[in-house]
Ligand binder design. Structure first.
Ligand SMILES: *Cc1c(COP(=O)(O)O)cnc(C)c1O
Length: 420
């Protein structure tokens, strides 16, 4: 089960036209390998499904923020959803148009708001009265009006992992639905603040779109009431959250099916639809290439120790996430399978890539590909255990672009100093 852009050719797993063995040879392991074609095709799926409907697709930068990925999407006409000043800096460095940027997040700082206003971003998704007051002051000071949406909390359960569900009252995100209209009225009265949108984002890795449709109906009704009260609401931002297949048995909703269900709802409203997909664009486009260091037996258990660890890919430890693992050299003797934990070298029991996983027989030196890691893979990586972060490679046909070189020991110390 490999996404289309990763397939076996002459017994070796390849990304587009480049074998992963050649990549490991040239660039070492662990290495993140992204298919440009996969990123572009997922993004275009949104555009094709949305044809004829006024829309903007703002890729959620936090999913994969490498500037090679961002520039690929900027060329395709993507807008960007950011959650920090650092992400805006990346979008600008990648050649993204600030006029396509929406700024989300529950705790934006004054320097971040000022930076975004100075660059002339499209709009701010605001999450509290205090943020509106701060944004108003910044806007007046810089003489730059701020287009805003309130991120409302439609109180629907996205039915996903608790750490990536965001649309319930108990979560820190968004504004209580019942309080939204009063806050819109306050916002409209603040100098420099122009309420033009309604936004929500109820969670991530959604494999069932009913919660998304339910929240869409709620925010559409709210937008109607706000217009009735005289506000010039033009945008409906439904956030991101569409899930992908991590396990062979997962049933992800295809992008066109989601849009097909949204279309009639939005069409009647005359609003411009904004979406903020991250995972559904980047996840399937990436693998983490890793080498087996050794195989260790502890009593009953077998451990395959690989050179990628939780600092490189934290999703299994953080979300109990499942990632398929396949050998780069296609295993012909598929009956020689065994069960093992695939773990990294980091000093934490939580440092695992997979537990009790059935694998083809592996030996030290073998290459494995950890699948579906293009989103929330490198972007969540750290230097824990003083491990330099892996390189990131963007494959385009037979071309290999080094999107980020492997970190060195010098990189680890950058910015540090010894007291005198
Ligand atoms: C994380 C996030 C997204 C992207 O979510 P995906 O599940 O990756 O599509 C979109 N909007 C907001 C506000 C987010 O926080």
């Amino acid at each position: 089960m490999t996404p289309g852009e990763f397939s076996y050719s002459n017994g070796l797993l390849a990304c587009e036209d480049v074998s992963l063995e050649d990549i490991a040879q040239a660039h070492g392991t662990p290495a993140y390998v992204y298919s440009r074609r996969a990123i572009v095709s997922r993004f275009r799926s949104y555009g094709q499904a949305l044809a004829g409907l006024p829309h903007r697709v703002c890729y959620s930068v936090k999913a994969n923020s490498n500037i090679a990925v961002l520039s690929t999407l900027a060329h395709e006409g993507a807008g960007f959803d950011i959650v920090s000043g650092g992400e805006l800096y990346r979008v600008l460095a990648a050649g993204g148009d600030p006029a396509t940027v929406v700024f989300s997040g529950v705790g934006k700082t004054e320097p971040e708001l000022r930076f975004a206003l100075q660059k002339g971003i499209h709009s701010f998704n605001c999450e509290s009265e205090a943020e509106l007051d701060l944004l108003s002051r910044c806007s007046v000071g810089l003489q730059r009006p701020a287009s805003i949406a309130l991120r409302v909390n439609p109180d629907v359960d996205a039915i996903t992992h608790p750490y990536i569900s965001t649309g319930l009252r108990q979560h820190k995100f968004g504004i209580d639905f019942a309080a939204a209209e009063a806050l819109y009225a306050r916002a409209a009265a603040l100098p420099g603040i122009v309420p033009e949108g309604v936004s929500c984002h109820i969670g991530s890795q959604m494999l069932d779109i009913d919660p998304l449709l339910e929240s869409t109906d709620k925010v559409l009704a709210l937008a109607g009431r706000l217009r009735g009260s005289g506000l010039a609401i033009r945008y409906l931002d439904l956030g991101g959250g569409l899930g992908v297949r991590y396990r062979p048995g997962d049933r992800a909703v295809p992008i066109r099916d989601l849009i097909g269900r949204l279309r009639p709802r939005i069409q009647a409203s005359g609003l411009t639809l904004m979406l903020e997909p991250g995972r559904s664009i980047a996840a399937e486009a990436g693998v983490l290439l890793t080498r087996v260091l050794l195989v260790k037996h502890n009593g009953e258990k077998t451990f395959v120790i690989v050179d990628a660890a939780m600092n490189d890919l934290i999703r299994p430890a953080l979300y109990q996430a499942h990632h398929e693992i396949v050998p780069v050299k296609g295993a012909a003797d598929s009956d020689h399978r065994f069960t093992a934990d695939v773990v990294g070298p980091v000093c934490e029991s939580g440092d695992f890539i997979a537990r009790n996983r059935e694998l083809p027989r592996v030996q030290p030196g073998d290459l494995l590909a950890i699948l579906t890691v293009g989103a929330y893979g490198f972007s969540l990586a750290s230097n824990y255990n003083s491990r330099p972060r892996p390189c990131e490679l963007l494959i385009d046909g037979s071309t290999v672009h080094l999107g980020r070189r492997r970190e060195t020991y010098e990189d680890l110390l950058r910015g540090e100093s010894i007291p005198v």
